[in-house]
Ligand binder design. Structure first.
Ligand code: M6R
Length: 606
């Protein structure tokens, strides 16, 4: 999982590429590199570590180039060293490659190429591509790339240069994302929208198998080497939307954007107090045909799916299984044409979720995606798409995508319920009235962070933190624990509060930090009893409470009262203090909040 940026035009290619790579740092940051052609000579400069290492090195080079390829890496094959960094060169140094993805048959190809007399200096799969293209190269880079791609198996987005053809840039995509941006003075290709935005709002979402030959303008070829036309789309995001706007980190900016994100998310789904999902709507007949729903996703998106499962079962009475995407496709799921598969993915590029979608389609399921990225791979392949409209999410830790995913699933479930008469109009109106108040309630939480900062200071040196809750609160603490783990590196574990006495409570001792969520009226007494159990064993409890748990005000170490809402909507509020706690704890520890170690924003490998 890496990012690439390639440029050909009249501007300084080095600057365009480095600026693009800066916006892709969330995709990987263990090394970076560029190849630039200056006056017929190709220079390749690469460094392990963060992009800043490469930028420092580039200061020593006087390169005047209008064509180049760049890469930011998150290692999949080979350690993050200078040698393994991209670009990779052919043995004669003529061909240079940047690659995002994985070449599955690289070992076989490498063995064959070694037998033919080629050699390799890195332990990456990518070097094989450079060598393979050079093997087929006979003065025409397009022809060589088209031949080489036929030998490759796997997922890849590539940028290719040949020193012998200094005016030509070739890029192609197979499974891994690649977007072509068209500017007045050239073309820029990148792994996502923010990497292009400074230079253009006009883009082409390349389709699988598309190859772009940038020589005189650009020509797109499909996987059968036929020239094809692809529609140019206008991106509405501004560069400002994708930058920090005065916040210290993207994560806190994105947490604070949630009132707006929820409003935007609702804007195209609830019109005049009526649900209208436009092209993503299901008819009554389509809904009545569905006898089983799978929600499939990874990480935080999967945890949003937990809430989705609750909503669908509560409002529609259709049985729902919420599955981890990497498990789903190998678990022989029971799928037929009466199955609805709901994929949830912020990026719309997560490899396991995409694979699950394809598996579902293969068996006849109807597919609908809840995604934040219009034009992403999953968006394009699903039958219907519901957009979160959270705006670009840059921090690795997902925050506003989660709340808008939950909101989108909630609205879809309500739409199913009203169309099949599982819910009365009156009840729906009541719920919608509560929903539209959520942005204001989130804002109230965001205006009340002092106590969360205080607790963050206290837990920062602990090795373990526990999260407990019941019912929907249990689903919410699963997400809260993941947030703390990924940005603070503290071991955080979530438990269904009623399960504590079956083992986990043995871990509770004096001052053990426990975050307890207690919002669900139906089971509030039970939850309170479970919280009291850990308090009596010395736990330092941060209680995140709804309207009916005042009892914890006295006994807990910190009592955090959420604004009132209905039980089923609390998950959208409870997660906000959880996100803030994770952020402030990471900050207290002086960690790289937006780019936690070992993680990348978009996981485009299985
Ligand atoms: O782009 P996706 O929503 O498909 O990504 C899924 C997960 O990789 C993602 O939610 C991940 O768990 C986040 N880092 C969590 O904050």
């Amino acid at each position: 999982m890496c990012g690439i940026v390639c440029y050909k035009g009249s501007l300084d290619a080095k600057n365009v590429i480095i600026e693009g790579l800066e916006r892709l740092e969330y995709r990987g940051y263990d090394s970076a590199g560029v190849s630039l052609i200056d006056n017929g000579k190709m220079e390749t400069i690469k460094r392990s570590g963060k992009l800043s290492n490469l930028k420092d090195t580039l200061k020593d080079y006087k390169i005047n180039s209008n064509i180049g390829i760049g890469h930011i890496r998150w290692a999949t094959h080979g350690a993050p060293t200078d040698i393994n960094s991209h670009p990779h060169l052919s043995n004669d140094g003529n061909i240079s490659i940047v690659h995002n993805g994985i070449i599955e048959n690289f070992k076989e190809l490498k063995d064959e190429l070694i037998e033919e007399g080629y050699h390799f200096v890195s332990s990456t799969d990518t070097e094989v591509i450079a060598v393979l293209i050079s093997k087929y190269y006979n003065g025409d880079l397009l022809e060589a790339v088209q031949k080489a791609r036929k030998d490759l198996k796997g997922s890849y987005a590539l940028g290719v240069l040949a020193q012998s053809e200094p005016d030509r840039l070739i890029c192609l995509r197979e499974e891994s994302p690649l977007i072509l941006g068209i500017t007045d003075n050239g073309v820029i290709l990148g792994s996502d929208i923010p990497s292009l935005l400074k230079y253009t709002n006009n883009v082409i979402y390349l389709e699988n198998g598309d190859l772009v030959d940038c020589k005189n303008g650009y020509t797109i070829y499909d996987s059968n080497d036929n020239v094809v036309d692809r529609e140019i789309k206008e991106i509405k995001w501004s560069l400002e939307d994708a930058s920090k706007e005065g916040y210290d980190h993207f994560m806190i900016k994105e947490i604070f954007e949630q009132p707006k994100a929820i409003s935007d998310c609702l804007r195209n789904k609830v019109i005049d107090k009526k649900i209208d999902l436009g092209d993503a709507s299901f008819s009554k007949e389509e809904i009545e045909k569905i006898n089983r729903i799978y929600i499939v996703a990874c990480g935080t998106a999967n945890y949003a799916g937990n809430i989705g499962k609750y909503c669908f079962e509560k409002f529609t009475q259709i049985p729902v299984t919420n599955e981890i995407a990497s498990e789903f496709r190998y678990a022989d799921p029971i799928i037929d044409e009466n199955t609805l598969l709901i994929l949830v993915s912020q990026s719309g590029e997560t490899a396991d979720t995409l694979a699950a979608l394809r598996e579902g389609k293969k068996h006849g399921a109807t597919t609908v995606v809840v995604t934040n990225v219009v034009g992403s791979s999953i968006d394009r392949e699903a039958d219907k798409s519901i957009y979160c409209l959270a705006g670009p999410e840059i921090a690795v830790a997902s925050t506003k995508a989660y709340t808008t995913q939950v909101m989108s699933l909630y609205i879809l479930a309500l739409d199913f319920a009203i169309k099949t008469n599982k819910i009365s109009q009156e009840k729906l109106d009541d719920i919608l009235n509560e929903i539209i108040k959520l942005p204001q309630k989130i804002q109230e939480i965001l205006d009340n962070t002092d106590i969360i900062k205080k607790y963050a200071k206290e837990i920062k040196d602990y090795e373990s933190v526990f999260y407990i809750g019941r019912g929907l609160d249990y689903y919410s603490v699963i997400e809260g624990a993941l947030k703390l783990k990924e940005v603070s590196y503290i071991h955080a574990e979530s438990f269904a509060a009623g399960e504590l006495k079956h083992g986990t409570i043995a871990l509770i001792e004096k001052d053990t930090p426990v975050i307890a969520v207690a919002t669900q009226e139906k089971i509030i007494d039970k939850t309170i009893s479970n919280v009291e159990e850990v308090i009596s064993r010395g736990a330092k409890v941060f209680a995140i409470c709804g309207k009916s748990c005042e009892k914890l005000e006295e006994s807990s170490y910190i009592y955090y009262r959420l604004p009132d809402t209905i039980d089923s909507l609390y998950p959208i509020l409870t997660v906000i203090p959880e996100q803030l706690l994770a952020y402030y704890t990471s900050l207290e520890k002086g960690l790289d909040v937006d780019k936690p170690r070992n993680l990348a924003k978009s996981v485009t490998v299985e």
